[in-house]
Design a protein around this ligand. Structure first.
Ligand code: NDP
Length: 237
């Protein structure tokens, strides 16, 4: 298979698990993160002919250059996964403006920029599929995560609107909204306490979320959908 999949945030966590599943299916992958060494290590672990790129999704020129480089070395992108994300959890009254800006720029503007670049190339090739990784807190809200929740809620509105905009071009746009997942992002959380509120009684694993991402990437008749993968947490919120 010579289809190309770009995975922003593919060096660690959920994005890395998506890369593992997509590599097994025979896609050619671009693993993208700010830390080039991390992206190279993740791409190397996959075996095969995958490439790593350094890019800060919050910077427009980085995103533009990365798409140019990907096209030069891998060909046009058919699939896009936006799994790059950060959190700076704190009550709003204590949140510094720079932390608001960095979360919005990485989690929301970053996905807008990569989608814009991808859609341009997908229109030329008359088709493509995008999955943006949101969060259950973008749908339900969470105390101490108002800005992060806003970035993820915004991602849902953006993705659904874009899905309408590009459907006639045979481009699909969907969202996966995870609950708590074991990654670097959640390593400092009080898991014993938090898991009491999860009906399935545990945090999720990255591969469990990755399967949902790959399902949506490959589902030809689903667009504008938000797939929650949270062990039932949303039932309790
Ligand atoms: P990790 O912290 O494990 O990985 C984050 C990835 O994003 C890394 O590859 C990191 O690489 C990359 N990244 C971060 N900032 C940027 C940036 N500005 N530009 C490019 N790449 C960047 O996170 P998770 O796997 O946990 O999270 C993946 C997504 O899932 C995020 O959007 C997160 O908000 C969301 N999510 C996670 C949940 C969880 O419980 N873990 C729950 C709900 C949603 P580098 O640092 O080298 O740039």
């Amino acid at each position: 298979m010579d289809k190309v999949c770009a995975i922003f945030g593919g060096s660690r966590g959920i994005g890395r698990a998506v890369a593992q599943l997509m590599a097994r299916k025979g896609y050619r992958l671009a693993i993208i993160a700010r830390n080039l060494e991390g992206a190279k290590a993740a791409a190397g672990d996959l075996g095969g002919n995958h490439l790593a790129f350094s890019c800060d999704v919050a910077k427009e020129h980085d995103v533009r250059n990365t798409f140019e480089e990907m096209e030069k070395h891998l060909g046009r992108v058919n699939f896009l996964v936006n799994a790059a994300g950060i959190n700076r959890d704190s009550l709003l009254v204590r949140t510094k403006t720079e932390d608001m800006v960095s979360q919005l720029h990485t989690n929301l503007l970053g996905s807008m920029l990569t989608c814009k670049a991808a859609v341009r190339t997908m229109i030329q090739q008359q088709g493509g599929s995008i999955v943006n990784v949101g969060s259950i807190v973008g749908l339900k809200g969470n105390s101490g995560q108002s800005v992060y929740s806003a970035s993820k809620g915004g991602l849902v509105g953006f993705s659904r609107a874009l899905a309408k905009e590009v459907a006639r071009k045979k481009i699909r746009v969907n969202v996966v909204a995870p609950g708590f997942v074991h990654t670097d992002m959640t390593k400092d959380l009080k898991e014993e306490h938090l898991k009491k509120n999860i009906p399935l009684g545990r945090f999720g694993e990255t591969l469990e979320v990755a399967h949902a991402v790959v399902f949506l990437l490959e589902s030809p008749y689903i667009t504008g959908h938000v797939l929650v993968v949270d062990g039932g947490l949303q039932l309790m919120l």
